[in-house]
Design a binder for this molecule. Structure first.
Ligand code: ADP
Length: 487
């Protein structure tokens, strides 16, 4: 099957969150399953710079007048066959300071509707045969940035002699919907029928997310629990009715972990490698991390780590609220994150007040993230909601036991260290139900209590490290969904 994956980010070229990890790993897993996969990406500077063997493929003029050059090259990935990539080269749209979506002052760019409509529109052009050498059977669009691809496909005129190109849309986070002023709809080159309650209109605004939700043949999201949650008013962000009405074509497929990138036995970003049979390397990583971060060099101090975007979603208010109790029990906290200025300041203040017990690194560092999972004992992910969550899975893999709120993909991947689940060999972390300070504090106390029982701690950690999370399994599920979409 020829599959075109469309997303705004892709690890290792450009990453702001979990979307990039998935967009980087899924195509390789599909390739390994024998599929013919290409990706389509916007030409952000890091993507253009990272593309190997680029050559111009076509000139594009969007319905609203923006022009771009489509390049075809490949994403260079160590140890994997080449991943062919189409990149929309349009410096005027994509070569800007800030992150892919916002300027340096964290304001969304005023022309985001055009920057990302171009992504969806270009996908539809490829589906119409823009590249005479390679035409997809199916377009798989990720998140709102690519949400118009299924809409453009649905409203493309019939293509005589060529089978219909199917579309799949994956929701990585329903909280980000790509909402714009309604008058921009007229710029997109879509027919009036694409507007309205069964189309791109969302309470009077233009919604790119709805492009995917209304017009894709199949919808997926990144965990089975989140697939159920987004059909409820509490977590549906106003789209629960629509999602419920499409529940027959909606499924949850749990993300996996890219073993080439996240594996303590082979990871070159950590000071010493280890695996579940040979854990001395982990103790070494912990000591090295404590030294690097200026934490007290105590092997027995339970070291909690956080690697996260600092947003309200991530539940870090609970971590702040519970920090005194955590420190009073002899724990340490090391955080890496960036985002909300108030959260940054609050955590910095706590580090200034107790530098031997609390370390806060504001910023983005792939390498430090690896060292944190390797050196940590517990990975905190107390998110209010979490579509899948990857950091708890990295914590599992690196034996840094996840402590999570029972929600979304966290609920699907972490099993609390209760006596019965320890006895059955399934316990792999700490889970709390209520999103409140007390429930969180009790889970933290559970972590300390387990740590007092070294044999049990080691058993739970071994469970965590042996939890299967390979992309091959997830890719097989996506292939089932693709087959359904192709009908
Ligand atoms: P989300 O996509 O909501 O940010 P996920 O848990 O799905 O959350 O994925 C987050 C990804 O981003 C993980 O790979 C995590 O390691 C990484 N990450 C988040 N913040 C940082 C940071 N400050 N530095 C390095 N990596 C980070």
């Amino acid at each position: 099957m020829r599959i075109l994956q469309v997303s705004a980010e892709l690890f290792p070229l450009l990453k702001t969150g979990g979307l990039a990890d998935v967009a980087g790993a899924l195509p390789l897993a599909l390739q390994a399953a024998g599929q013919d996969v290409r990706v389509l990406l916007p030409g952000f500077p890091a993507i253009v710079a990272g593309l190997a063997d680029a050559r111009p493929m076509a000139e594009l003029t969007a319905p609203w007048g923006d022009t771009a050059r489509l390049q075809l090259g490949r994403v260079p990935i160590d140890g994997a066959p080449a991943l062919p990539a189409y990149v929309i080269d349009a410096p005027r749209l994509y070569d800007r300071p800030g992150n892919p979506y916002e300027d340096g002052g964290r304001q969304p760019y005023g022309d985001n509707h055009r920057r990302f409509a171009l992504l969806g529109w270009a996908a539809a052009q490829l589906a119409r045969g823009l590249d005479a050498q390679w035409r997809p059977d199916l377009v798989h669009a990720h998140d709102w940035h690519a949400g118009l691809a299924p809409a453009y496909l649905a409203f493309a005129p019939p293509d005589a002699g060529h089978p219909r190109v199917a579309s799949v849309f994956t929701v990585h986070n329903l909280a980000y919907q790509g909402l714009f002023a309604p008058w921009h709809f007229s710029e997109l080159g879509l027919p009036p029928a694409a507007w309205g309650i069964d189309g791109l209109e969302f309470h009077g605004q233009l919604s790119f997310m709805k492009g995917g939700l209304c017009f894709a043949d199949r919808i997926t999201t990144v965990s089975p629990t989140y697939a159920r949650e987004i059909q409820t008013p509490e977590q549906g962000f106003g789209l629960d009715g629509l999602l419920h009405s499409r529940s027959r074509v909606l499924s949850g497929i749990l993300n996996a972990v890219d073993d080439q990138v996240w594996n303590p036995a082979t990871d070159r970003l950590i000071p010493r490698r280890y695996d579940r049979r040979q854990m001395t390397g982990k103790a070494f990583c912990k000591a090295a991390l404590q030294e690097e971060l200026g934490l007290a060099p105590q092997p027995d101090a339970l070291l909690f780590v956080v690697v996260s975007r600092l947003t309200e979603q991530k539940g870090l208010g609970l971590v702040l609220e519970g920090l005194d109790a955590l420190l009073a029990q002899g724990g340490q906290l090391a955080l890496l994150g960036s985002g909300d200025a108030e959260l940054e300041a609050a955590f910095r203040q706590r580090a200034d007040a107790a530098p031997r017990a609390v370390s806060v690194t504001v910023g983005y560092s792939e390498a430090l993230a690896h060292r944190l999972f390797a050196g940590g004992d517990v990975t905190l992910v107390p998110s209010l909601f979490e579509p899948c969550g990857l950091t708890q899975m990295y914590g599992l893999k690196y034996g840094s036991l996840p402590l999570v709120h029972r929600v979304g993909g966290l609920a699907d991947t972490v099993v609390d260290a209760s006596l019965e689940d320890m006895a059955s060999g399934e316990a792999n972390g700490f889970v709390f139900g209520g999103f409140d300070a007390d429930s969180y504090a009790r889970a933290v106390r559970r972590a300390f209590a387990l740590h007092q029982r070294p044999a049990d701690w080691r058993a739970v950690r071994a469970n965590a490290m042996s939890r299967p999370a390979d992309w091959g399994t997830a890719a097989a599920r996506y292939l089932d969904v693709y087959a359904e979409a192709l009908g």
